[in-house]
Design a protein around this ligand. Structure first.
Ligand SMILES: *[C@@H]1O[C@H](CO)[C@@H](O)[C@H](O)[C@H]1NC(C)=O
Ligand SMILES: *[C@@H]1O[C@H](CO)[C@@H](O)[C@H](O)[C@H]1NC(C)=O
Ligand SMILES: *[C@@H]1O[C@H](CO)[C@@H](O)[C@H](O)[C@H]1NC(C)=O
Ligand SMILES: *[C@@H]1O[C@H](CO)[C@@H](O)[C@H](O)[C@H]1NC(C)=O
Length: 557
């Protein structure tokens, strides 16, 4: 054997040893967001939207900086979107007919943008994979299509009739605490003949109640968390039920941002449980200039089961491995929750504490994510074993979302009033992906899924399952990937569906959610997980696909 062929053989062995390396979690940086990604929402199998403040972003449109961008997951590039109004610190969600809406915003700092506080910015459905076709541009008509109230730092979630409930916010530019609150709710499309509904909870939770954490519960009511308080709001009766405070003085809404998520809902009962992590236990009567960027955040996670017995039992407390202000809690298709981003000390908002670091009210970024396993026993749920560490700080104004490929996209971070460079916490345009081990393994594939899923129905999906996967147990997740901003993922939802794999492993029979309250009707992704290996997601329309408000569908449970 010649020397050359020995070398070739050695290389081949080295190559296969490399390929056989155990798949692991990893961070991969790829691409830049064009505009600062302070809000992110997945809008199609290949596209997501980033929104920023109208300022000096590098991406240009019509001869001025853009403040919205369409991100293409196939190319990892961003193209500018044409917005009329300022989307700074807005919320957003999808409607029952598949259109995505960006809600609220701010008074712009540049003349290219109009006042966005009553903003309603419509997008899609956009079916072209590259975002070039009809429906793939933002539609705005501020004179005729707008909210009833000015809302900055509001939260929008889709409810059981497919419309959006828009909760709270502030009227004006407030530097830290909510000093000009919008203590009411409205809907899009509007209900109550366009009147707003006062909500006493918003008044009680001042001054730390911006971006209220709001969830559509499976009975059609809504859970709301602001400051250290929690209520159930009955949308149909317009009544509040007060639940126990989050323990130990922990406050979790802006500017003391912790995060919160509904845990996955499972058949047959779809019992709702909420998980709240991070934030701050500081006293909210201290003036902001007497707070410091070095005040410790809390590591507390609190979990409550939203049933009469669960409420009686109260919040269960456990702790993350690190304190975090501004973390996000991301539901993964296998039912685990990823806790990621944020800092160990300080607060949200820009340059308002006594000693900001550059513009940052927070310091000591947390670079290693943690995983929360809802089914594990108390005290054993949180771990960072096997999770990688990044070197990119994701502090105020960052975003994160599960992608249709099943990995996690992380973008943004800008504790500054505009795009700045060269300071300790400068504006971050690098997009990063957190790849679970399955991204480098043979994965199950959903080869045929109905494009529409009606409620309380059995349907069949065609699948291909690699023979490296030994189990025949399937987890089928129906997911709204949510709208990420300000340490909260508005509208994020995971509903597991009963599912059985056929003996030939070529199809799965699935039972859809019983009704439009368990999964508010609208667009979603279906993911299949086997042996902790998750497929790519397939986009579906859940429910009748009509414009809101839609009628009740399926059966009540
Ligand atoms: C970044 O993404 C592009 C488009 O998918 C791909 O071609 C390229 O290989 C990726 N680069 C890295 C470093 O992963
Ligand atoms: C919630 O905050 C209020 C106002 O600071 C405080 O009086 C109350 O004790 C807190 N609740 C808990 C359970 O810590
Ligand atoms: C900041 O400067 C670095 C180095 O020149 C550059 O790579 C990066 O893109 C800049 N960031 C922004 C937000 O302009
Ligand atoms: C969805 O409904 C909204 C609210 O009525 C409407 O503005 C939008 O045009 C609708 N989208 C489609 C695709 O019908």
């Amino acid at each position: 054997m010649g020397r050359f062929s020995i070398l070739v053989q050695l290389l081949a062995i080295a190559g296969s040893a490399c390929a056989a390396a155990a798949p692991k979690w990893e961070f991969v940086q790829n691409g830049t967001s064009g505009v600062l990604a302070l809000e992110a929402i997945v809008v199609s199998p290949t596209l997501a939207i980033f929104f920023d403040r109208a300022t000096n972003d590098p991406l240009q449109i019509d001869g001025h900086p853009a403040w919205g961008a369409l991100w293409n997951f196939q190319t990892n590039t961003a193209r500018p979107l044409r917005l009329i109004t300022d989307s700074f610190c807005a919320s957003g969600a999808h409607l029952s007919n598949g259109t995505t809406v960006s809600v609220g915003g701010n008074i712009p700092a540049i003349t290219a943008a109009q006042d966005g506080r009553m903003g309603l910015r419509l997008f899609g459905p956009c079916d072209d994979p590259n975002g070039d076709g009809p429906g793939c541009e933002i539609f705005e008509d501020p004179a005729n299509l707008h909210l009833v109230e000015n809302r900055w730092y509001t939260t929008a979630v889709r409810i059981f009739d497919g419309s959006l409930m828009v909760v709270g916010g502030t009227h004006e530019d407030t530097p830290f605490y909510n000093t000009d609150p919008v203590n009411n709710i409205e809907f899009f499309p509007s209900k109550d003949n366009g009147a707003t509904r006062p909500l006493a909870f918003l008044e009680r939770s001042l001054p730390v109640n911006l971006f209220p954490r709001v969830f559509a519960l499976p009975d059609g009511t809504a859970l709301m968390i602001a400051n250290n308080q929690t209520i159930i709001y009955d949308i149909e009766k317009n009544t509040e039920t007060i639940l126990p405070d989050i323990p130990n003085g922990v406050r979790v809404t802006n500017p003391f941002d912790g995060t919160a998520t509904l845990l996955p809902l499972s058949p047959p009962n779809f019992t709702p449980e909420v998980l709240v992590c991070g934030g701050s236990a500081s006293d909210d009567t201290i003036p902001s200039e007497q707070l410091t960027s070095q005040d410790p955040a809390t590591s507390q996670c609190s979990r409550l089961t939203i049933t009469p017995e669960g409420i009686k039992k109260g919040w269960q407390v456990e702790h993350m491995l690190t304190p975090r202000i501004m973390p996000e809690a991301i539901l993964l298709p296998n039912g685990q929750v990823l806790l990621i981003n944020g800092g160990k000390t300080g607060y949200a908002a820009v340059a308002s504490v006594g000693d900001p670091i550059g513009g940052s009210n927070a310091d000591h970024p947390v670079f290693t994510p943690e995983l929360y396993t809802p089914s594990a026993p108390l005290g054993k749920r949180i771990s960072n074993a096997g999770l990688p560490t990044t070197n990119i700080a994701r502090m105020y104004h960052s975003s994160v979302t599960v992608t249709p490929s099943g990995n996690i996209m992380i973008a943004g971070s800008n504790p500054n009033a505009e795009i700045v460079n060269g300071t300790e916490f400068s504006s971050e345009l690098r997009v990063e992906f957190l790849n679970p081990p399955f991204m480098s393994m043979a994965r199950p594939k959903l080869t045929k899924v109905p494009s529409q899923i009606l409620f309380n129905q059995k349907f069949t999906m065609q699948v291909s399952v690699p023979n490296t996967i030994r189990t025949n147990t399937v987890q089928v997740a129906l997911m709204d990937l949510g709208f990420s901003s300000h340490a909260f993922h508005a509208g994020q939802r995971l509903v597991f569906m009963d599912a059985v794999l056929s003996p030939d492993r070529k199809s799965i029979t699935v039972t859809s959610p019983p009704n439009n309250r368990v999964f508010p009707p609208g667009p979603a992704f279906v993911f299949l997980t086997m042996d902790d290996v998750t497929s790519e997601g397939i986009k579906v329309m859940v429910g009748n696909g009509q414009s809101p408000p839609v009628r009740d569908q399926g059966i009540r449970i």
